[in-house]
Ligand binder design. Structure first.
Ligand code: ACO
Length: 328
């Protein structure tokens, strides 16, 4: 056990998208083969999505996670051997067990440190970052890899146009280290299991068979309404905890599900649209990977700079939601 550290801080970010990119035109063609109609206009107007990336056969969440983790380690100037905690947020693990985090640990060529998965669907990364921050502040770790990695393409029902056009695959990662200064300023997590049915993959494995439906089901309008109020509420609550105002935020990085949800959240918080990092257009909804992927994009293109105050927000199945306010 290490000596307790007062704070944790992100020291490196990384992202990885599988190379196979499907534009909306590609999705229109793919669905047309099944007699399902959609259009670029509908997808762009209702969601802001123009493209998404899908893995090829044989590629798993751990492969995407390792690629993103290596980039984050390189940015943090750390070796894999220095990592003493791995948390992978995913709803699309390689196997029922062991955890994707254990597989990632092995692929990184390290052993011994704790490694576990965290399942909070699209809020997974914000949950995982909050847990890693708590473990670092408690002295249980000093150099954590926190990863969101998903292969949602494997859960999609390509006969259901209301969901299959929305999601993509990818991974994002951060290195979170013990620090004398924040770092993570405040965070808050929530769940409300009364809404399990509005966004779920209801199937399970038992007796050597998949029981029930293993494809994604979503009541889009119910999710939309809950998401907008949850994202505004949790942002205000975390700002109050930190004793600051929305105007103190340099960048808002919400879960990348739908441009209209993000715009509405920014409007309710009184934030200019230019302060919102938006990657949903190129990535689609990558669930637990969406927030770290968007953070990595904004760090690498020079928008998020050292000293900037950033609000990360997750929302998704469960229903789950949460936010992390940090100084980058
Ligand atoms: N192409 C063309 N038409 C379509 C498509 C499509 N891909 N999908 C739906 N439509 C049609 C519908 O059939 C309907 O037609 P009708 O009026 O003739 O019945 C019409 O478009 C409107 O459908 P709605 O469902 O009312 O569309 P809406 O404006 O609500 O947008 C959407 C749907 C994009 C899913 C929206 O509700 C949404 O973004 N919800 C939130 C999703 C979300 O945030 N998920 C995040 C969590 S993800 C996680 O945790 C895993």
């Amino acid at each position: 056990m290490n000596a307790p550290s007062t704070h944790s801080r992100i020291t490196g970010t990384g992202g990885f998208l599988p190379p196979r990119r499907l534009s909306n035109a590609d999705m229109v063609a793919l669905l047309a083969q099944r007699g399902v109609e959609t259009s670029d206009d509908w997808i762009v107007e209702r969601t802001g999505i123009r493209a998404r990336h899908f893995v090829d056969d044989g590629v798993h969440a751990s492969d995407l996670a390792v690629a993103a983790a290596r980039r984050a380690l390189e940015a943090a100037r750390r070796e894999a051997g220095e990592v003493d905690l791995i948390i992978v947020a995913t709803s699309t693990p390689d196997m029922v067990f062991p955890s994707t985090a254990a597989i990632v640990q092995n692929k990184l060529g390290i052993a011994g440190c704790p490694a576990f998965d965290l399942q909070a669907v699209c809020s997974g990364f914000v949950y995982a970052l909050t847990v890693a921050d708590a473990m670092i502040r408690a002295g249980s770790a000093r150099c954590a890899l926190v990863i969101g990695a998903e292969v949602f393409s494997r859960l999609l029902d390509f006969d259901d146009r209301t969901t299959c056009v929305l999601f993509g695959d990818g991974a994002g990662a951060v290195v979170l280290e013990a620090s004398p200064t924040p770092g993570i300023v405040a965070s808050e997590l929530h769940a409300d299991g009364r809404h399990v049915g509005i966004l779920c993959v209801p199937g399970t494995v038992a007796g050597g068979q998949v029981l029930g439906d293993p494809l994604l089901k979503m009541d889009g309008q119910a999710v939309f309404k809950l998401a907008v109020s949850a994202l505004e509420g949790v942002a205000r609550s975390v700002l109050a905890k930190a004793g600051c105002q929305a105007s103190d935020i340099d960048w808002l990085i919400p879960h990348q599900a739908n441009i209209r949800i993000m715009q509405s959240t920014a409007r309710k918080l009184g934030l200019a649209p230019e302060k919102v990092v938006v990657t949903v257009g190129d990535h689609g909804n990558t669930s637990a990977a969406s927030v770290p992927l968007a953070l990595d994009v904004a760090v690498r293109d020079g928008r998020v700079c050292p000293g900037h105050r950033v609000m990360l927000e997750g929302v998704g199945g469960g229903f789950t939601w949460g936010a992390v306010l940090l100084d980058y």
